[in-house]
Design a binder for this molecule. Sequence first.
Ligand SMILES: [Zn+2]
Length: 120
Amino acid sequence: MPMEAIQLIGTIIPNDLLGNETNVLCYLRNEEKKAKNDFIRLWQEIDSGQAIWSKEIVESVLDWINKKHDEEGTKCEYCDNPMDNAEHTVMNCEKWINEREELNNLLRKKLSVENATILC
Ligand SMILES: [Zn+2]
């Protein structure tokens, strides 16, 4: 799974956008709705390299960010797992078995919560 997809699923701000400090700070502080919307629009419009692949998973960055991932009763739309969060999607979801196996083969180890920093 490309880094851009993992960042998007984990709602981790892409490196391409980190350079715009003003937007990042406004987004993180949630002080200005317009700045947040502009920032999310920029994130949505990234269309270079592996980011295109990410959009196969998450069509709308805004919808994904606003989705309540950790609430009880929010089940995975692919496998009906009762908890849909980034850890489930990246580490456990049945939908992504083939992609996870491909990643593990590239890494030459099984990706886990404990060693996930190898992706950074
Ligand atoms: Zn699932």
